[in-house]
Ligand binder design. Structure first.
Ligand code: GLC
Length: 403
């Protein structure tokens, strides 16, 4: 679960309010005097994450506005100097450690508050330095490293570091090296000051329904809200169907999926987000055995409407594209499985190997899954578990020679 939380939750318009609505820094900074999330309870966030089937959290310690959600000695612009007066990250980290919920930290490279960040009107930057600023990348990087040191030293084990928006593509491998030194287990994304461990496609960038094979470690990120990652009062939300199909498309290809919700200024996950996440969780709970300890089999079938994952002689057929009929043909497979089960309801699935009129030229028979309850599970990805006899194993594989 991705969590975007900061001062921007108060005006509740967008996490980039300061930049997108041209709010003067000084005025934006006054929001700190209103920061008092009386309902913040990290256990409740973890409850939602767990109900959604999520396996780790990623939390915005500092977004582009520069406001820090921990007790940092590097700037006064942090949660201690607010009516709330407490270290948010410390409470979240304590709860995560207690409940064995891995915790990753998001940190923005762009900073609209720090006097040394060289704002120059590039994308996601202020138009120019403000009076009194001293743009100085060396000094800014010293600040960043001091903050990284705090984040990686004062909050127990950290599982990942999630950089964002290194607009100027500043290169400094010593920053990730510092993280690796202080938190050897942490994985690091690809948006920081050197390469990192995994890619971060955002907002479902793949528009093609034919999902391509994923060639490097990947964590796709997406928000439940269409416009914003931070809490937005007038947000329009994605349908659960859209999100479930998107999640399946990435997970079934071996990627991770980081789905975001923005808590309100009071500190609660908004009811609509809560509802969406729990709905996704009820599907995920049923489908999850198809994702864990499995690997993608991109060449299982020529049918591009499905994705396939595999564990030994068990194959999972993901109907990730919205089905337009109640059957799925799995050309060139010709073997009947020992059993076929729809994970969505646990019911057996009818399987036949026969010749369809459309295959009259080759006169070949192929495996087909029939009478799937596609209307009943309209907003879910159907996942069918096919178990083959172990001695059928090799013959199945021989079939999988797809041009
Ligand atoms: C985009 C948004 C940014 C958000 C990030 C999360 O870059 O502009 O506000 O934090 O996505 O990936």
């Amino acid at each position: 679960m991705f969590i975007h939380w900061g001062l921007y939750a108060i005006p509740a318009w967008h996490e980039q309010l300061q930049w997108r609505k041209r709010v003067p820094r000084e005025e934006y900074g006054k929001l700190a005097q209103q920061w008092n999330p009386v309902d913040f309870n990290p256990d409740k966030w973890i409850d939602v994450a767990q109900a959604a089937g999520m396996k780790y959290l990623c939390f915005t310690t500092k977004h582009h506005d520069g406001f820090c959600l921990w007790d940092t000695a590097q700037t006064d612009f942090n949660t201690i100097n607010t009516p709330y007066g407490k270290d948010v990250l410390a409470q979240l980290a304590e709860a995560c450690h207690r409940r064995n919920m891995p915790l990753c930290l998001y940190y923005s490279c762009v900073d609209w508050h720090h006097p040394n960040y060289p704002n120059q009107d590039r994308s996601h930057e202020l138009p120019e330095p403000l009076p009194g600023d001293e743009p100085d990348m060396e000094k800014y990087m010293a600040f960043v490293k001091a903050q990284v040191r705090e984040l990686c030293s004062n909050y127990g084990e950290i599982d990942g570091f999630w950089w964002d928006l290194n607009i100027i593509k500043h290169v400094d491998p010593s920053v990730n090296a510092l993280i690796r030194d202080l938190q050897p287990k942490a994985i690091i994304n690809d948006r920081g000051y050197s390469e990192g461990d995994f890619g971060t496609p955002e907002r479902d960038v793949e528009t093609s329904t034919e999902a391509k094979e994923i060639m490097r470690p990947t964590e796709a990120c997406q928000s439940v809200g269409v416009q914003s990652w931070g809490f937005r009062a007038n947000e329009d939300y994605y349908t659960t169907e859209h999100l479930i199909r998107s999640i399946d498309r990435y997970l079934a290809r071996g990627a991770n999926y980081l789905l975001n919700a923005g808590p309100t200024a009071e500190g609660i996950v908004p009811p609509q987000s809560d509802q969406i996440l729990r709905r996704i969780g009820s599907w995920f709970d049923k489908a999850q055995e198809s994702f864990f300890d499995t690997y993608p089999v991109p060449n299982f079938t020529t049918n591009s409407d499905v994705l396939v994952t595999r564990r030994e002689s068990t194959f999972y057929i993901h109907l990730c594209k919205k089905p337009i009929s109640s059957a799925v043909q799995l050309k060139p497979l010709k073997v009947l499985p020992r059993s076929a089960t729809l994970l969505n309801n646990g019911a057996p699935v009818e399987c036949v190997v026969d010749m369809l009129p459309i295959d009259h030229v080759s006169q070949e028979t192929f495996l087909r899954l029939r009478n799937l309850p596609v209307e009943e599970f309209d907003d879910e990805v159907l996942v069918v578990k096919l178990e083959f006899d172990d001695n059928f194993h090799e013959s199945i594989l021989e079939n999988l020679t797809i041009p």
